[in-house]
Design a protein. Structure first.
Ligand code: AMP
Length: 116
């Protein structure tokens, strides 16, 4: 058995974090190391998918829910509702937690960098 991911441990209440919002299949938290004025994480409650490619292949409706939830959160947490949605995919692309999650960045982004 693999260890539960940090996000599963947050969901299970083993690691403290404020759950900002949730749906049947998703929850949102603030990133502990923000890279933008607003930096949220949208995380599926299931740990079945390591990255966005697995979600897209196995459950495209879940991917659509992630995008819609990110949009809703950006509307609530930023002045303009604009956001950058990032899925780091693979260790060499900066992925450190292999339980799929979307970074939602917003609130006064100025540069065009694609990095989180
Ligand atoms: P990634 O590098 O794309 O896999 O993203 C993992 C993200 O999880 C990083 O941006 C971390 O800052 C964030 N993170 C790690 N531990 C926590 C935590 N306990 N609460 C909130 N965010 C976390």
């Amino acid at each position: 058995m693999t260890e539960p991911s940090i996000f599963t441990r947050i969901l299970d209440g083993e690691i403290p974090a404020e759950i900002l919002a949730e749906t049947d299949r998703l929850f949102a938290i603030r990133d502990i190391a923000p890279q933008a004025p607003v930096h949220l994480l949208v995380v599926p409650k299931t740990a079945d998918y390591r990255d966005v490619t697995e979600v897209a292949a196995a459950d495209p409706s879940l991917l659509a829910e992630i995008v819609a939830f990110a949009n809703e959160l950006a509307g609530q947490h930023t002045d303009d509702g604009d956001f950058r949605l990032i899925f780091n995919t693979g260790a060499n692309a900066g992925q450190t937690v292999f339980h799929v999650h979307a970074h939602v960045l917003g609130g006064g982004l100025t540069e065009k960098s694609v990095g989180a």
